[in-house]
Design a protein around this ligand. Sequence first.
Ligand code: PDD
Length: 283
Amino acid sequence: MKTLVNGQLVDREEAAVDIEDRGYQFGDGVYEVIRVYNGALFGLREHIARLFRSAAEIGITLPFSAEDIEWDLQKLVQENKLIDGGVYIQTTRGKAPRKHQYDEGLEPQTTAYTFSVKKPENEQKAGAQAITAEDKRWLRCDIKSLNLLYNVMIKQKAYEAGAYEAVLIRDGAVTEGTSSNVYAVINGTVRTHPANELILNGITRMKLLELMKENDIEVREKALTEDELRDADEIFISSTTAELIPIVTLDGKPVGSGVPGPVAKTIQEAFQSHIQQELGVQS
Ligand code: PDD
């Protein structure tokens, strides 16, 4: 298995991180997770554009062009003969003697590898459980940074409660999941948090919003209150690996009628056709 280390394809066993890499010590870096369907990287341009944006927001200048890294990731997928799976890519600020502030001239370290993904078909069809939790993350959730400690803590809590995801609530407003965007359907209208500094603007989210408009499903990018969430007719989540998963119980109580709702199903179907169209494949 090959990995990409600063533009070179090397054997996984040879890829190593310096113990004073700032990503390792401070979480000082950014990342992306990209889905591979039938050997093709889905939404590659958008993911790489977001990687550049996240890096710029924390003052890292990526030492490659978007075209170069897109090419390298395609080569990585081909080399590893990956058909269905994903690519993880991260860039850290670089290696330096440990101190919080950083000097100019550090060399960003970029690594990428492929992994297989099991499509969560059961959850997509039958729906999944979610819990709620307070959103205690920092206030720049729009940056896809390596700092995921609170997300990790709360996802673990969800997992231990037998749930697939935790829906985060900040000051009474629903923001997103620990690793997904969150939507609710109220009287036929889809509501989701606006793309500001309190959420990550998911690549899947952006595609779903386009598809909702194309399918004449009304959408309002306005944060849901906790009460609205609990009374919603439907709730669903989206991410690169989950695609779209209906949430059928929230904190142990049924959402709407307790089964995946019609709006979620319509959007799910539209998304599957979109993937097939984009890639010319059966997803
Ligand atoms: N997570 N919000 C958060 C906090 C996320 O971590 C993610 C994705 C999303 C959805 O973004 P996208 O549709 O671009 O995947 C929203 C990735 C998959 C992860 O960390 O594994």
